[in-house]
Design a protein around this ligand. Sequence first.
Ligand code: FAD
Length: 386
Amino acid sequence: MGSTAPSTTFYAWVSGAGPTGCIAALGLAAAGWKVVLHDPTSMQQLRSRSRAYALTHSSKKLLTELGIWQELIKNSQAFKTLQLSDSSNHKSVCFHQNNQDLGWIINHPNLMDLLLQRCRQNPLIEWRVGETIDPDSPPNNSPSQLKVIAEGGNSASRKALGIGFYGWPYRQGCLTVQLELQPQQQFAGVQPAHTAWEMFRPEGPLAVLPLGGNSYQVVWSAPFKRCQERAALDPAALLEALAQVLPIQLKPIALLDKPGAFPVEWRIAPKLVHGNQLLCGESAHRCHPVGGQGLNLCWRDVAVLVSEARRMRFRGTNLAVMLRRYQQRRWLDLICTMVATDALVRIFSNQQPLLRWLRCRLLLLLKSSATLRQLSLKMANGGWAN
Ligand SMILES: Cc1cc2nc3c(=O)[nH]c(=O)nc-3n(C[C@H](O)[C@H](O)[C@H](O)COP(=O)(O)OP(=O)(O)OC[C@H]3O[C@@H](n4cnc5c(N)ncnc54)[C@H](O)[C@@H]3O)c2cc1C
């Protein structure tokens, strides 16, 4: 960076205080911008969703730069092993990297408590959370004003700009639920508390993510109607259904939250910028939860936004250049990651003999090649973006 800070003040309006909007506000403030953070939702609602995120190394890098990581990992659970299996041919591969952390699982309330608190304390961030603001009134009066749209999948600002989506809904939906499992012993050399599972099943992938202690998050993909039916089961029946599909050493004993079923889509906005506004996070794209890419992809948008905001402030590029560069720099990672998640779903949720044979070969290849396993991990950690 080397150059001295310029005297001009740069202003941004961040619309949406979900995980993407909060990180965008913190990142822009770290780049020296003055930020207004707006969300009509109350603090209580913002923090109270029941879900958990798998964070990759690309997220760690951004959060470390923003000085949040050390605090965040106190409330997250690292995993050192990823067990990937295909139930239709009983093949599995174990990913690990010299006992290093492969990823981290964090509960939404823990994440949001920290992000909202940091935003609120930051003197460069004007806090407009829980307020209803007339969308037609200009956010502020600066000539270099940028609007970051981080309003999630149903963004009204995106729709008002006339930007739609390319994509399709999946036949599959997702059931998410947090579980208590029987205390685990080491099983076949695997320490369950530090292990995440991704099991490919004919009806869709099933992920089991450690939350710490004996708590786990389950993300169970299946035809959407089946997800809804399972979510409506009484707890004992759902536990029984889960016991049938979880890895043999994981015995569910209690539900820790209310199960939820939601539809899954693959969609991407055809453009990420319009005038002085840019789309960030789920306002711009949404993919299948397989591989836990969703939030990490959103935060890689923010990483590019922050680096371009810094460049604009310190190197004197203008807003139009900044927006153009943001869009150019995001395409490769977005397309590659989203195509990869889609390919995983299509290839693995399929009983065609040729694809079953291909999967079997692929898993055997992964099992025998440490280089290929390292490469896969690099890609899952945002390798397209580096
Ligand atoms: C039901 C459901 C369950 C999920 N479960 C999981 C899971 O278990 N694990 C996982 O990794 N991912 C999960 N996801 C995906 C994950 O939630 C997203 O990747 C993540 O929330 C994206 O963050 P975001 O900030 O871009 O959008 P959001 O989290 O949707 O945040 C958008 C914010 O913008 C605000 N907003 C909306 N309109 C406006 C407006 N006009 N002006 C100002 N603010 C506005 C909203 O109030 C909201 O706070 C789930 C998604 C859904 C829908």
